[in-house]
Design a protein around this ligand. Structure first.
Ligand code: LRH
Ligand code: MN
Length: 424
């Protein structure tokens, strides 16, 4: 499913006058907006291959219809998002949900859609048909060396798939932990996990990274063996300079100060990347910026400040990825909204008057500090996002055009009302 560039151009034409008015006003208020526009255009977000169909919970899953039935259709759907917003330039695959049968064909198809392959994800949190050993009591932590070896071999196999596709990173999220006190020896679980990760680390190509993703709880509900940033940090420090911590916004205990965690991991040079989403309670995997947009802004304020302090390239030096699950929204609309929210938080963070903030902090002028931050957060920079898309050949209003072209209906006509996508 593709969209003719002329349709995007003519739709932009019909919206241009209104857009120009808003842009002119912003450019009369803000200096060197082109610098921000260029940074926005360069910023690419990885779309999860496992979040292109209907998500669900143990209580139920409600189909949308037109879900991608294979990796080819998943690449087409991400290609469609990228055509519309020009900020969805990579796809993050999950193995074995998305094992390519023909690497060359899949790479060619991705290139056709101007897509790269982002971090590849291993899966030792489910038992696959015909699997010799179960991961019921964990994988890399498991008391049985044979189970650990099976999980290590799987991660090494995932690296091979990634190398063949041109990916440069492996994301390891472990469901490992325990559900009851006494079930697990925490120290042995840590040591088994570290030993296992060291064997996976040894299989990494020279120019690769491994992201260790932490999570407070679920599916284990008493302890998780990589439960928080401190535990992930402890592993990645022991593993070596190719190992980094991945921050999934939904993986924290209530009220955790994620922006402070980000600032410290960045300062330590151990922040690898993100799984953007939003949540009100647990790992709800909701649309990024839909519940706590101010927190997303504060996280990007720390990212911009911390990355500049280390001379890092905003667009390329961290793994920017979404990890969401769509229970009630059209998956593609949800992802368009998530990308928009992430881009807006980044733009507002670029607007923060850092010099004035520094002065206010150095004089403990707390009210002034807040005024400076909220001035940026309360500035509607959406016209800059739209202009960046326009200058990149995308749509001024991606969601509006997606709806106007009835793309979901066309996907249902092509794939059926009950097509199922592999994933969560
Ligand atoms: C675990 C997680 C992890 C993925 C999975 C799909 O909650 O965030 O990143 O492997 O979701
Ligand atoms: Mn995640």
């Amino acid at each position: 499913m593709s969209i003719d560039k002329n349709i995007i151009a003519s739709e932009n034409e019909s919206l241009h006058l209104q857009h120009k008015k808003k842009l002119d006003f912003l450019q009369s208020e803000i200096e060197n907006t082109q610098t921000i526009i260029d940074k926005l255009a360069a910023f690419q977000i990885g779309i999860p291959s496992w979040a292109l169909g209907a998500g669900g919970t143990r209580f139920g899953r409600f189909s949308f219809g037109g879900a991608p039935r294979n990796i080819e259709e998943k690449i087409e759907d991400v290609g469609l998002l990228h055509l519309l917003n020009k900020n969805s330039g990579s796809i993050s695959l999950h193995i074995p949900w998305d094992i390519p049968d023909d690497y060359q064909k899949i790479k060619a198809l991705a290139a056709e859609h101007q897509l790269k392959f982002d971090a590849v994800n291993s899966n030792t949190f489910q038992d696959q048909p015909g699997q010799e050993f179960s991961y019921k009591f964990g994988s890399l932590q498991h008391v049985d060396a044979a189970v650990r070896k099976q999980a290590i071999d799987h991660n090494i196999e995932v690296i091979k798939h990634g190398v063949a596709l041109g990916s440069k990173a492996l994301t390891v999220w472990l469901a490992d932990g325990s559900c009851f006190p006494g079930q697990l020896n925490f120290r042995r679980a840590y040591q088994n996990t570290l030993d296992s990760l060291e064997q996976i680390y040894a299989a990494l190509p020279e120019d690769w990274k491994v992201f260790i993703e932490y999570k407070a709880y679920e599916p284990n509900f008493y302890s998780t063996t990589v439960a928080d940033w401190g535990q992930s940090f402890s592993y990645v420090n022991k593993l070596g300079n190719k190992a980094y911590t991945l921050v999934d916004l939904g993986h924290h205990l209530p009220n955790a100060n994620i922006e402070q965690i980000v600032a410290l991991l960045l300062m330590e040079g151990k922040l690898g990347g993100f799984h953007f989403n939003d949540s009100k309670y647990g790992d709800d995997d909701l649309t990024a910026g839909s519940i706590k947009p101010y927190q997303l802004f504060l996280i990007f304020k720390e990212l911009v400040e911390g990355m500049d302090a280390r001379g890092m390239n905003h667009a390329t030096d961290l793994g920017w990825m979404i990890d969401a699950s769509h229970n009630v929204k059209d998956p593609l609309e949800d992802l368009l909204q998530s990308v928009e929210a992430i881009m807006l938080a980044y733009a507002q963070a670029l607007l923060v008057d850092r010099k004035a903030l520094e002065e206010a902090q150095q004089t403990n002028d707390t009210a002034k500090s807040q005024e400076i931050l909220q001035a940026a957060f309360r500035t509607d920079l959406r016209p800059l996002l739209a202009e960046a898309r326009l200058q990149s050949g995308g749509a001024l209003n991606p969601l509006g055009l997606y709806r106007k072209l009835n793309i979901r209906k066309k996907l249902i006509d092509k794939r059926g009302a009950d097509s199922i996508a592999t994933g969560l």
